[in-house]
Ligand binder design. Structure first.
Ligand SMILES: Nc1ncnc2c1ncn2[C@@H]1O[C@H](COP(=O)(O)OP(=O)(O)OP(=O)(O)O)[C@@H](O)[C@H]1O
Ligand SMILES: [Mg+2]
Length: 1011
């Protein structure tokens, strides 16, 4: 059975004005006699232009252009039909007057029901169209903005102002259609709005060479083939300009999308303009005399030929008898005239451009073939352009040359988009996005930009970034959809069904997955794929790991996808998900996100959530922001699901993981608290052991968002207390690892080292679940902390050994935080040793990692390391600037808050190094104050020493008492924490006190003597 589809279409309503009055005095039969022929006339116009009559009402009709069969020029065809109707009901006609309303948009078409009784099409578009007709004047045609947008370059209209249409909010602009514009390339490409012409050097050269050959009497016929919107017409336009600049006359004709409704139109206009040079303003008599004149050049004209030409060109004398020749004979004679005229003009160079050959009607085709053949050896160059679907009947002609016009390259496309959007640096990524989505098709790029503009995205203050890709996706304009949709509709079976399945699978189509979905088509699948490749809708890919295909253009997939009704897509997505699980069984982590997407689209939310969790877990170690997004997705997918062990488990993991990952992305405890609370509650029922991990995560978050390090210690002690002593060595090691971190931040170095040693001892027993839970390598983590602890404890050689091992291990890890941590450890060590070269080397590596992986956490460390290296090298100016930058980043992003007091303490030291004693004291005070709130004792200790030292620097003796008190506090902290590395500095600074005191004694003595 065939399924319904979503189509871009134009809906036409036409009705007879005041029909009730027209039939007021008539009985039913008479009424039908009067209105019936009128309705038939309307239907004839509709059918002539490829519309489908959906319904006839007593006094009107409803028709659709573009559904059930997609039509690229649906709006234009509807306009043409409306104008045709209007002509049929001209005032001098049957006395009846009609009005017509047009509206374009999406409709759901249902071929099963396309019975002419109205069951075949649905959607708001139809309701709106029915409202528009009432706005038309008697005898008039009016259309909505969305219809006008599709025909604006081709139709003449009169704005009718804004109107309220029932069913849509706000006002809608309405236009009255008055006629068509003559379309020639000059009108097509308004110089004022023309974007710069990009690329196409090779093609332009080929055309120019061909003209030079033509000028020498070796006329060429050049056919330019390219996808819709690739730029065929534009290339021709540029060439035409070049020809005209050389004084070479160019004659242009184009085939129209409704070619078969108006056969021979292109041939006709070629005869008029090129052969007989009849200006549009000429009346019939003037036209006839031009024809006679021109024909006389070939020798005395045969009367029969003249009569035929008059008739054909619509300039026959009134009352003259129609030609008695059979249509076939007439056609043959006309072609003969063409042939002779071309040959006759052999001595003057001219160019004939025929556009859009793919729409050419059969009769015109012969006409063009005659022209092409006759042009050989003359100075008439013929340029043709057409889409790849067009089969050239004269490709074998010797003087014929074909140019395949591909897409613009990425650089050119981006340039084009930038020109359209304007040179705004902040829109660079949007440019790239649009360029990528357009796939190098300039028309698509322009249309995408246009619809973003229409939606006000580039207005001051609108935040395009907020919508990002989605906004651009939504903006996919109706014209692009219709262009592609019409191509897809021309496909036969099984190609069409296969293509729809491919679209569901995605941009990448593994054959195995397609086979799974298309099992009923197994016998014809190869043939179908061949057909699709031949039509260049999909492309075979290099077959590594099984045959696969991709869509040649991203928009083909999107249109093929969005044309399918949701009810049909769902089950197909489900089938894709199942097939992918099998196909990607060895790479499930990598493809879990994609499989989750398919399950979600199939409405299988629990399966989707499981896969989203897997994807989150997988990206967690390399991209925490993305992982958090996935975990939120897990929560969202589970929202409506009934409770079960499986959903509870996933919820606990999601909540816990958002919290575990949160510190890297600057989430605050407050933000994650609801997730932890929910997870704790569920964990109690699911698995009590999970609570330990949640308590641990909560502690880490507490500290990372600026809470006290002692609070983190407490949480971990609580987690320990929840364990059965001696029963769970692996978990105990995990908690000890965290405890080592918590104690280290609290400055309790001996306790930290002890916990670290415990963690190290039982690390091998930590199970997979726990490892995945923290999302990075416990080994690296514990070793990194150990290195730092040993440095703080002044055991520098051991620290170095530890860092050396870590660095070797970390090379194999793909977690940037861990790798950075190892190098950071070295900078720390270098700072104790005052080894500027070592600091410089590792700081450079830290910077590299931050550059490569982005994210504020890594950046804070990169800045801090750079500042530390500068400070060790004695460049305090740079150090102050860079530490300040790091501090500002911490404060704005709220990431690495646990590091804030260290940065402040260092900053104070560097200010002092620069001789800014007052600032040094201020910053040190701040460091002390915040350190106390957060129980980060080591930075507090450093800041106490700096503050006291800077006081002495600034005020000497006068501050001795205060400084002494600060030194005493610092000493107590050194003792409490075990941070012996600060002992030396403390001693040195303190000794200045004695110096001052001695001096005071001397002064006192001196003073006494003076007394
Ligand atoms: N090389 C180019 N540089 C800049 N803009 C281009 C280029 N080629 C095409 N364009 C722009 O892209 C749009 C589409 O181009 P054009 O109308 O020539 O496509 P086409 O191949 O003739 O399409 P169709 O098959 O629908 O006739 C036009 O607005 C044109 O100005
Ligand atoms: Mg074109």
């Amino acid at each position: 059975m065939t399924w319904g589809e979503l189509k871009q279409a134009t809906v036409l309503f036409a009705d007879i004005v005041s029909s009730t009055e027209q039939i007021a005095d008539l009985d039913a039969e008479q009424a039908m006699d009067r209105l019936g022929p009128a309705l038939a006339r309307m239907c004839a116009s509709i059918e002539k232009f490829d519309g489908t009559v959906i319904r006839t009402l007593g006094d009107g009709v409803m028709a659709i252009f573009g559904a059930p069969r997609a039509l690229e020029g649906h709006a234009l065809l509807a306009c043409e039909a409306a104008l045709d109707m209007q002509r049929a009901f001209a005032p001098e006609g049957q006395g009846l007057r009609i009005r017509v309303g047009l509206h374009s948009g999406q409709v759901a078409s249902d071929p099963q029901n396309a019975d002419g009784k109205g069951g075949g099409a649905h959607g708001l578009t139809i309701h709106l169209a029915s409202r528009v007709v009432g706005l038309a004047d008697p005898g008039g045609i009016c259309m909505t903005e969305s219809c006008y947008a599709l025909v604006r370059t081709l139709c003449e209209v009169q704005p009718m102002g804004q109107h309220v249409l029932k069913g849509i909010s706000g006002q809608s602009a309405i236009y009255a259609l008055t006629g068509f514009r003559m379309a020639s390339s000059d009108q097509h490409f308004h110089p004022a709005s023309l974007t710069p012409f990009l690329g196409r050097d090779r093609e332009s050269d080929l055309l120019k060479q061909a003209l030079l050959a033509t000028e020498l009497g070796q006329a060429r016929v050049v056919g330019i083939s390219g996808e819709p919107g690739a730029g065929k017409s534009r290339l021709c336009h540029e060439f035409v300009q070049w020809c005209r600049a050389r004084q070479v006359p160019v004659f242009e004709v184009r085939a129209q999308p409704y070619g078969h409704a108006t056969p021979l139109q292109p041939g006709l206009s070629l005869l008029r303009t090129f052969f007989f040079r009849i200006p549009p303003a000429d009346d019939a008599a003037a036209a006839r005399s031009r024809i006679v004149e021109r024909m006389a050049e070939l020798g005395p004209p045969a009367e029969a030929d003249l009569a035929l030409l008059y008739e054909f060109l619509g300039v026959a004398e009134a009352g003259s008898a129609p030609s008695a020749l059979s249509p076939k004979a007439r056609h043959a004679r006309l072609l003969n005239v063409v042939r002779e005229l071309v040959k006759h003009d052999a001595a003057t160079t001219s160019v004939i451009l025929i556009e859009d050959l793919h729409w050419l009607d059969e009769a015109s085709e012969e006409f063009v073939a005659t022209l092409v053949e006759a042009a050989a050896g003359t100075q008439t160059m013929v340029v043709l352009n057409f889409r790849p679907s067009y089969r050239l009947p004269w490709a074998q002609f010797e003087n014929f040359e074909k140019i395949d016009l591909g897409q613009l390259n990425l650089k050119e496309t981006e340039h084009l988009v930038r020109t359209l959007i304007g040179p705004r640096a902040e829109l660079q990524d949007i440019c790239e996005l649009v360029a990528a989505r357009s796939g190098g098709n300039p028309f698509f790029a322009e249309e995408l930009v246009r619809s973003l503009v229409d939606r006000g995205y580039f207005l001051e203050g609108s935040d395009l970034r907020a919508g990002g890709l989605e906004a651009i996706e939504r903006a996919l304009p109706a014209t692009v959809q219709a262009v592609i949709g019409a191509r897809l509709d021309r496909l036969g079976e099984p190609e069409k069904t296969l293509l729809q399945m491919c679209a569901i699978i995605g941009k990448e189509i593994p054959l195995a997955v397609l086979e799974h979905m298309a099992s009923p088509l197994a016998k014809v699948i190869e043939k179908g794929l061949d057909g699709l490749c031949h039509a260049e809708l999909i492309l075979p890919q290099p077959a590594v790991g099984g045959r696969r295909f991709t869509f040649r253009h991203p928009l083909i997939q999107e249109v093929a996808y969005s044309a399918q009704l949701k009810v049909r897509r769902g089950p197909l997505h489900g089938a894709v998900a199942v097939a992918m699980e099998v196909y990607y069984r060895d790479q499930l982590d990598e493809y879990a996100g994609l499989i989750a997407y398919h399950y979600e689209s199939a409405g299988q939310f629990l399966d989707a959530a499981s896969h989203a969790a897997r994807a989150a877990q997988w990206v967690g170690s390399t991209n925490s922001a993305l992982a958090i997004k996935h975990w939120h997705k897990v929560r969202a997918l589970l929202q409506e699901q009934p409770r079960s062990a499986r959903t509870d488990n996933l919820r606990v993991r999601a909540g816990g993981q958002i919290c575990v990952l949160g510190w890297r992305e600057g989430l605050t405890l407050q933000e994650v608290q609801p997730f932890i609370d929910e997870a704790m509650e569920l964990a109690g029922e699911v698995d009590g052991r999970l609570i330990q991990l949640l308590v641990m995560a909560e502690g880490r978050m507490l500290q990372a968002s600026g809470g006290p390090a002692d609070g983190y210690v407490e949480r971990l002690q609580k987690a320990q207390s929840l364990m059965e002593p001696g029963a769970d060595a692996g978990r105990a090691a995990m908690i000890n690892a965290a405890l080592s971190q918590a104690y280290a931040w609290a400055g309790m170095l001996e306790q930290a080292l002890a916990a670290n040693t415990c963690a190290l001892a039982d690390m091998g027993k930590i199970d997979r679940f726990d490892r995945e839970w923290i999302g990075f390598s416990v080994e690296h983590w514990v070793m990194g902390m150990r290195g730092r602890l040993l440095t703080r404890l002044g055991r520098l050689n051991e620290a170095e050994q530890c860092l050396k091992e870590l660095l070797v291990m970390a090379q194999s890890s793909n977690d940037p935080v861990i790798l950075q941590f190892a190098h950071f450890g070295y900078v720390d060590l270098a700072s104790c040793r005052q080894d500027a070269a070592l600091a410089q080397r590792h700081s450079a590596r830290v910077a590299e990692i931050a550059e490569k992986h982005e994210g504020p956490y890594l950046r804070v460390f990169a800045l801090s390391c750079r500042a530390m290296a500068a400070s060790i090298a004695g460049d305090f100016g740079t150090a102050v600037r860079t530490f300040s930058e790091a501090l500002a980043l911490v404060r704005s992003s709220r990431v690495a808050m646990e590091f804030e007091t260290e940065i402040l303490a260092s900053l104070a030291e560097c200010h002092r190094g620069l001789g800014n004693f007052e600032q040094a004291q201020d910053v040190a005070s701040e460091a002390i104050e915040i350190s106390r709130q957060r129980s980060t004792r080591l930075p507090e200790c450093r800041a106490l020493i700096t503050r006291a030292g800077a006081m002495l620097d600034a005020r000497g003796l006068a501050s001795a008492t205060q400084a002494r008190a600060l030194f005493t506090e610092a000493e107590a902290l050194v003792r409490m924490t075990g941070a012996t590395i600060y002992e030396g500095t403390l001693l040195r600074e303190r000794s200045r006190l004695t110096m001052f005191t001695d001096r005071r004694d001397q002064i006192d003595i001196g003073a006494g003597q003076a007394v």
